[in-house]
Design a protein around this ligand. Structure first.
Ligand SMILES: Cc1cc2nc3c(=O)[nH]c(=O)nc-3n(C[C@H](O)[C@H](O)[C@H](O)COP(=O)(O)OP(=O)(O)OC[C@H]3O[C@@H](n4cnc5c(N)ncnc54)[C@H](O)[C@@H]3O)c2cc1C
Length: 439
């Protein structure tokens, strides 16, 4: 292949972002996706007239160009949503993100005073940059609040002690409770919600997956579904073809969004042993969705509900109907509980074993009665999050140096770049890559 073509590996958000920008520039592409549909871990499932996403997704309005692309593609099917989120702790709901006012209500004056003292002391006295998530959480929120709301939750989500996790796993969650805000809000006599309550986002009428179905439909190139890439062949610092089963496809430029470890395994000839060794040390977190279809019109008004308490196997529960009324039939609703795990855990092979416990716990909280449960479903999401351990950068640096030595390979995606990235990041990377391509 000598022309101006791009081969794209993976039809999730990152691969499709490249497809979109290639179409915009009139560059032909061929995209190979292992699954039977596009969207990857950002898609929507349908069962019995109920729709639900691959985890509680929202389109954050963080990158104006991304938002306007999807507004144009979806028109009135993309809606701006304002829904609050809450944390469930010790039998009570508290608004998320945390703010001084709602912490005061939750903790009571005495505990709040102690917690506020810890925050102020930590912010004033801790000068050094936190090296791990625990240190960051304690510096930002003090020990009392960190322990109640952040450390246990984070350990459940990522599967490692907070001390072993990079500060980057915080994402944007620890933003918005700086010392100034804390002091102002503590002493201002106002019932108004704090500015950092970010319950506003865009959401398609029939689920997040619509974004990428539309992006795929409107891209002018070939999308091959059910085409898992089984080998990436290279010679003299260039990739020359990919195989899927018995078929081979020549490559001019390859944009790859497959998980980092998988990419290395697919290379033929194999990478050096030390690179394969480093790759075996990087890990991904998976998520199992337990879906409960309910014969009631609403559970509550929350966008997402977070469960830091270790006694619950789930980290987050959401009600799709609160993102769009069309996600459930009239008069019915559903709940999705997200349970993070490793593929070695017994629940990955036998998730049904946990269904009953989750159902019981959700009923105990008061979300529904046994008689209202219509049906259940389970979905497994592999490679949901790259596990960002402290100093993970030193493990992945040599891997990237090795992969960057191929002249016609470009990497993108959450698992391809090993980054805690989101839809708008994939769109920006897609644009950058298409701009940088050297034919
Ligand atoms: C629970 C959860 C909630 C989230 N919430 C949000 C949110 O609110 N907002 C937001 O912006 N982002 C959110 N995200 C992040 C977002 O879903 C991911 O960033 C995004 O799915 C990553 O896209 P990707 O294309 O990099 O990877 P993926 O979505 O994993 O796609 C990779 C694709 O490659 C394919 N593939 C794998 N192996 C092969 C092979 N050998 N050959 C060919 N194809 C292959 C896979 O089938 C898949 O389709 C969330 C993610 C999760 C898990």
């Amino acid at each position: 292949m000598s022309g101006k073509e791009i081969t794209i590996a993976g039809g999730g958000p990152a691969g499709l972002a490249v497809a979109h920008y290639a179409s915009q520039r009139g560059i032909p592409f061929e995209l190979f996706e292992a699954g039977h549909k596009v969207g990857g871990n950002c898609s929507t499932f349908k069962k019995n007239a109920f729709y639900y996403d691959s985890g509680a997704h929202r389109l954050h309005d963080k990158h104006p160009e991304t938002t306007s692309i999807f507004k144009e593609l979806l028109g009135s099917d993309l809606q701006k949503i304002e829904v609050p989120s809450q944390i469930y702790r010790d039998g009570q709901f508290i608004d998320f993100p945390l703010s001084p006012l709602n912490l005061l209500r939750f903790l009571g004056a005495q505990r709040f005073g102690k917690a506020a003292g810890q925050i102020i002391k930590n912010k004033l006295l801790t000068k050094e940059q936190p090296r791990d998530f625990q240190a960051l959480a304690e510096k930002s929120y003090g020990h009392t609040i960190a322990e109640l709301f952040l450390l246990e939750y984070t350990e459940k989500l990522w599967g490692l002690p907070s001390k072993e996790l990079s500060t980057e796993v915080a994402g944007k969650r620890l933003k918005g409770l700086d010392l100034k805000t804390f002091i102002i809000e503590t002493f201002k006599n106002s019932e108004s919600k704090t500015e950092h309550l970010d319950g506003s986002f865009y959401y398609p009428k029939l689920g997040i997956g619509t974004l990428f179905e539309k992006l795929a439909e409107n891209s002018k190139g070939s999308i091959h579904l059910n085409s898992p890439i089984t080998k990436i062949h290279h010679e003299s610092g260039r990739l020359n073809s990919i195989s899927f089963g018995q078929e081979t496809h020549e490559v001019s430029q390859l944009v790859n969004s497959l998980p980092l470890g998988l990419t290395l395994k697919l290379l033929n000839p194999k990478p050096p042993q030390e690179i394969l060794q480093l790759a075996s040390d990087i890990k991904f977190r998976n998520v199992i969705l337990f879906v409960l279809f309910l014969d009631k019109s609403s559970v509550n008004g929350n966008g997402s509900m977070y469960f830091p308490d270790g006694k619950y196997p789930f980290t987050r529960v959401y009600e799709p109907r609160n993102r769009s009324r069309d996600m459930a039939p009239n008069g019915k609703t559903s709940l999705i509980a997200e349970v993070p795990c490793q593929k070695q855990d017994s629940i990955w092979t036998n998730p049904k074993g946990l269904s009953e416990k989750i159902k019981e716990q959700l009923m105990q909280i008061g979300f529904f009665k046994e008689s209202e449960l219509l049906d259940m479903d389970i979905q497994k999401l592999g490679h949901a999050y790259p596990i960002l351990e402290v100093n993970y950068q030193s493990k992945i640096k040599p891997i990237f140096e090795y992969l960057n030595s191929f002249q016609n390979l470009y990497l993108t995606g959450r698992n391809g770049l090993f980054a805690y990235s989101h839809i708008h990041d994939h769109m920006q990377n897609g644009k950058r890559i298409v701009d940088e391509l050297k034919f």
